[in-house]
Design a protein around this ligand. Structure first.
Ligand SMILES: [Zn+2]
Length: 510
């Protein structure tokens, strides 16, 4: 048992040799997870009851006050532990790299939401190749509702995957699209390292459609006179000038424009300040929590003027952010490429970058960022690599692709289920899916099924129905297949996320 005492990670052969003496049935070992700590050897295996942490050592005394599990063998000793919440906390204490941390100050960051709790090891394989920091755990309350998970489980899944792959660079956990202080508290209590505050429910969209003559009246009625004076003073008779390598930008606000923006944002600004204060109280003056504000899910694109207004008003209240998710022009539909004029996008994006560089050097955050390959090179170049990209659904689609490759009949059933829940699912998403353009699966031979995952309409169909599919009776077979083919799933994800980082121009590691 001398190899157990060494601190290096033993090879697969050595691990298998060590495990031979124990009455242990396992399907797979995760060699990268094996490591020595305080005279014990820790590692992960997969049994027919799922993944387990195993702990091996000479002295049973060392097992006290450690992970909860079953001792299967004495002298040498072996303990097998489940990946429970309690054990997750112990894991984070013993191996601090498994705990989510603030990562957004790193130049390039990518959110790779893992809806299934099975995608992170594939994500790790991709991000290891680049100068990028990942946010592996990234879920909105809506996603958790669809998948039947909560933030603690989401973070635990990421933490165990990080341990399994021995990824020690640091990763984030994002409570995405949180809309109330209670949701923020829930996510913070579960251990997230990032908050994405969605302001959409605090915005008064009517402000931009009111007739001109009503604006002044509303402003008078709704805005506290003290606030009104301050805000008018901040913006009126001022020219905001920005310059950069691709040209200059100058913004002026008329009195009516200021008033419309105040009407649009005044509740949202109070709310942002309240949440920011809460984060400071919880984590200190320099919040250890990455703080993003999102206005991407609103009915109109965010103009540079609106972006600037929000940032100046927030700064005036002492609110500092790490990233902002505007709604960009064109369409960022889920799981498919950008739709719109690339040249117009480039120009507007540049203006947003200029403003972000001058007002706190926060990042622009690209939501629904999956598969926007036609504009990734521009995004990477114009932002000079300082960007946060959020993807999630695309990793779900790779899981569906895996099913189409490995179990065509299960795929056919899932496809059918997706078609029957599409009507209901499409109420929650903005998509332009044309079901009539998806060939009926009965007309396709098995080897043609994976090709559906390359067609926009079928991608959207399978993308937005994930909640229904995961709640259907197909769930069990789906997960079984993904676990059985976990290496294949990891490879698909590795390639797919690598393609995203490559197109964005993120620098590779040597
Ligand atoms: Zn979003």
């Amino acid at each position: 048992m001398t190899s157990i005492e060494s601190s290096r990670i033993p090879s697969s052969e050595e691990i298998l040799k060590i495990l031979q003496v124990f009455p242990l049935n396992f399907q797979k070992i995760y060699p990268q997870s094996f490591c020595s700590m305080n005279g014990l050897l820790y590692g992960m295996i997969r049994t027919d009851q799922g993944k387990k942490l195993i702990i091996l050592g000479e002295k049973e005394t060392l097992f006290k006050d450690s992970f909860k599990g079953k001792i299967l063998h004495h002298a040498p000793s072996l303990k097998v532990c489940g990946l429970s919440t309690e054990n997750t906390l112990l894991l984070m204490e013993l191996f601090p790299f498994t705990r989510p941390v603030s990562v957004l100050n790193y130049p390039a960051t990518i959110g790779t939401g893992d809806r299934l709790g099975l995608a992170t090891s594939g994500h790790i394989r991709a991000v290891r190749k680049f100068k990028v920091r990942p946010v592996f755990a990234q879920q909105s309350i809506r996603e958790n509702g669809q998948t039947g998970r909560n933030y603690k489980e989401v973070i635990a899944d990421a933490a165990w995957s990080v341990f399994q792959e021995n990824y020690q660079e640091g990763y984030g956990a994002d409570g995405d699209h949180l809309k109330s202080l209670d949701e923020v508290k829930l996510a913070i209590d579960a251990g997230v390292s990032m908050i994405t505050l969605d302001l959409s429910e605090k915005l008064n969209f009517e402000a931009f459609s009111l007739p001109g003559e009503v604006v002044g009246q509303r402003f008078k009625e709704e805005i506290d006179p003290g606030d009104a004076e301050v805000l008018l003073h901040l913006f009126l008779d001022k020219e905001f000038r920005f310059s950069g390598s691709r040209g200059d930008l100058s913004i002026r606000f008329s009195e009516e424009e200021v008033k419309r923006h105040v009407l649009l944002f005044h509740q949202a600004i109070d709310f942002s300040e309240e949440v920011h204060q809460f984060l400071i109280r919880r984590t200190g003056r320099k919040p250890l929590i990455d703080f993003e504000i999102s206005i991407d899910e609103i009915p109109f694109p965010t103009s540079p003027e609106t972006h600037l207004f929000l940032m100046i008003a927030l700064r005036h209240r002492g609110v500092r952010i790490d990233s902002l998710a505007p709604r960009f022009i064109g369409e960022f539909q889920k799981g498919i490429d950008y739709r719109g004029e690339a040249a117009a996008f480039r120009e507007k994006f540049y203006r947003h970058v200029l403003i972000s560089q001058h007002y706190g050097n926060y990042k622009l955050s690209i939501h629904s960022g999956s598969d926007k390959f036609s504009i990734f090179p521009d995004i990477g170049e114009i932002s000079q690599g300082k960007i946060h990209l959020k993807t999630a659904g695309t990793s779900w689609l790779e899981a569906v692709r895996l099913i189409s490759l490995k179990d065509p009949s299960l795929y056919r059933e899932m496809h059918q289920e997706a078609l029957s829940s599409f009507g209901e699912a499409s109420k929650q998403y903005h998509v332009t899916t044309d079901l009539s353009r998806i060939p009926p699966t009965k007309d396709l031979i098995d080897s043609e099924l994976p090709g559906l995952l390359d067609q926009e309409n079928a991608r959207q169909l399978l993308h937005i129905t994930y909640g229904f599919l995961l709640k259907s009776e197909l769930r069990g077979g789906f997960f079984k297949m993904l676990i059985h083919c976990e290496e294949d799933y990891a490879s698909l994800l590795e390639n797919h996320i690598e393609k995203h980082l490559e197109y964005l121009g993120v620098e590779r590691r040597d």
